[in-house]
Each structure stands twice: as structure tokens, then as C-alpha cells.
Design a protein around this ligand. Structure first.
Ligand SMILES: Nc1nc2c(c(=O)[nH]1)N[C@@H](CN(C=O)c1ccc(C(=O)N[C@@H](CCC(=O)O)C(=O)O)cc1)CN2
Ligand SMILES: [Mg+2]
Length: 284
């Protein structure tokens, strides 16, 4: 079998266009503030892309750039200001942070109602207990991609490779909420390949270049590759060996152009949701 390619760029562009139209109809500009600390070059690219996508969709977006030497207390003070600012609907602190700052302490300080990354323990708890809240952008984007691919999670065997708070755990919760039968596997799991081979939906989010080989993929499975790994050659690859896996999968996301663009589109979706909820508006 040669897999269908799930075009994340196109799905993200479509979502961004629909969000822009909703913003136009609502008649106000949702406020987004992205905080970048230091000069990690990849973060620079992501933050610029977020800002540009937000502005193109009619959001009131700005990036706050802080020096690499920023202390945790200084960053917490910036977060407190944004929490108190009525013009701000969404706050996102770009990760990774410099080593003198505890990311957990900063993420916990963000007002959960403005936590458009969905990383605050309150939002994580709401998701884990099946209640409405702000959902992390990358797993939310994966759910959009499954819909676009025509892959229904209900009753399907889903395997999530990776157990991070940012992707693996919320991904498992979302699939479970969509009635999939979910298994989470990780570096300590025995027989990883055999576990993955059982999946009708396989989500790889482990951060190891091309770890998932062709014979880990069941015939006809939908494979979603969350990994974005830069090889020493400069080439960007996912957690899945794309050519090998494509020979078995029914549908597969590429890297680049798969999950990555959805992360940014879903950030806009979350910011719009936060703006609507903060204003007590209900859309019809
Ligand atoms: N606060 C957060 N920090 C980080 C997150 C996050 O969701 N919230 N995720 C990643 C980085 N990230 C967004 O911030 C992100 C990474 C990659 C892409 C993307 O579109 N990638 C492209 C390829 C880009 C390239 O050429 O390098 C693709 O996959 O097509 C978007 C967002 C860590 N930090
Ligand atoms: Mg991503």
C-alpha cells in the first residue's frame, strides 16, 4: 500500500481562514501575547510564524522579547501583568526557557482562562476529567488532522508513542474522549514495535528521529507524526521513517507540513475560544 498524504499545511490554512471569518463576524480582535525569553533560533521562527498567522487572521497579536538573562521572578512579573491586562485574551510563553527559569512555575502562573497553550494544571485536569477547557495545540491539531483524513477514532485501537505533558498525555485524553481504545507506550515499554503494530491510529510523539520503522505500522493504519527533529545534515525528519511507513500506512502526515502547521492554527483557535469565553459570548 502507498499511503495517502495528510496535508497539514492545507488543513491548517483552511482552519485559519475559518477563524479569520469568525473574527470578522464577531467584530473584535482577540488579544494574543507570545513571550519569548532568550535567542533560541528555532523559537524565533515559531514565534514569528505565530505572530504573523495571528495578525493575518485579524487578531491583536504581539511578541514580548525578553533577554536570555531574565530571572524567573522577572518573567513571573511579566506574566502577572498580562494576566491583569483586559486587552489580553491569550498568553503563551514559548518553550524551551533558559535553564535559570522553572517552566512549571511559569506555566502555573498563567491565568487558566488565558492559557492558550493548555499547559496549566487546571486545563490539564479539565481535559483529563472530560470537561471543557483550553486544550494543548499540538494534540488538538492531531484531532483536526484525523477528521480531515476521514479516520474516525470511535472504537478504533489508538497507540500514542510518548507520554509528555505537552503532547502524549493530552493526546491520549483527547482520543479517549473521542471513544478510541487508547494505549500509551514509551521508552520503558516492552515490545514497542509489536504494540505499535496493533494500532489503527498511531501517533508518534517521542522526539527520536525516524524511530518508528515500516514494520511497526499495520496495513492501512493512520500514522500521525508529531516529531520535528533536525538531523546534523540540516534535514528535518519526524519520529517516523516516512518512506518505510508509507508502504504500510493507509494515511500518513509528512514532516515538515503535517502536524507543525496545525499547532499554530490551533493556537489561534484557542485564543478565539478564550476571547469568546472571557467576554461571556456564545456563538450560534
Ligand atoms: N509554548 C509552547 N512552546 C512550544 C510548543 C508549543 O506548542 N507551545 N511547541 C513547539 C514549537 N512549536 C510551537 O511553539 C512549533 C514547532 C514547529 C512548527 C512547524 O510548523 N514546523 C514546521 C517545520 C518548521 C521548520 O522548518 O523548522 C512543520 O512541521 O511543517 C510549529 C510550531 C516547542 N515549543
Ligand atoms: Mg508541534
Amino acid at each position: 500500500m502507498s499511503a495517502r498524504i495528510i496535508d497539514g499545511k492545507a488543513v491548517a490554512a483552511d482552519l485559519r481562514a475559518r477563524l479569520a471569518e469568525r473574527v470578522r463576524v464577531l467584530g473584535f480582535a482577540p488579544g494574543l501575547r507570545v513571550v519569548r525569553v532568550g535567542d533560541d533560533p528555532a523559537s524565533g521562527v515559531y514565534v514569528r510564524n505565530k505572530d504573523r498567522a495571528a495578525q493575518q487572521a485579524g487578531f491583536n497579536s504581539a511578541t514580548l522579547q525578553l533577554p536570555e538573562t531574565t530571572s524567573e521572578a522577572e518573567l513571573l512579573a511579566v506574566v502577572a501583568e498580562l494576566n491583569a491586562d483586559p486587552e489580553v485574551d491569550g498568553i503563551l510563553v514559548q518553550l524551551p526557557l533558559p535553564q535559570q527559569i522553572r517552566a512549571d512555575a511559569v506555566l502555573r502562573a498563567i491565568d487558566p482562562a488565558k492559557d492558550v497553550d493548555g499547559f496549566h494544571p487546571v486545563n490539564a485536569g479539565l481535559l483529563a476529567t472530560g470537561q471543557p477547557g483550553l486544550v494543548p495545540c499540538t494534540p488538538k491539531g492531531v484531532m483536526h488532522l484525523l477528521r480531515a483524513a476521514g479516520t474516525a477514532p470511535r472504537g478504533a485501537r489508538a497507540v500514542v508513542l510518548g507520554r509528555s505533558n505537552i503532547v502524549g498525555k493530552p493526546m491520549a485524553a483527547l482520543l479517549l474522549a473521542a471513544d478510541a481504545t487508547v494505549t500509551v507506550v514509551h521508552s520503558r515499554t516492552q515490545n514497542l514495535a509489536a504494540e505499535c503494530r496493533r494500532a489503527e491510529i498511531l501517533v508518534a510523539a517521542v522526539g527520536r528521529p525516524e524511530m518508528v520503522r515500516g514494520d511497526w505500522v499495520a496495513e492501512g493504519a493512520t500514522v500521525i507524526d508529531v516529531g520535528i527533529n533536525r538531523l546534523p545534515t540540516g534535514k528535518l525528519v519526524g519520529d517516523v521513517a516516512f518512506a518505510e511507513a508509507s508502504a504500510h500506512a493507509g494515511a500518513i502526515t509528512p514532516v515538515p507540513g503535517g502536524v507543525g502547521p496545525m499547532t499554530i492554527a490551533c493556537l489561534l483557535e484557542n485564543t478565539l475560544e478564550a476571547a469568546i469565553a472571557r467576554r461571556g459570548l456564545a456563538e450560534n
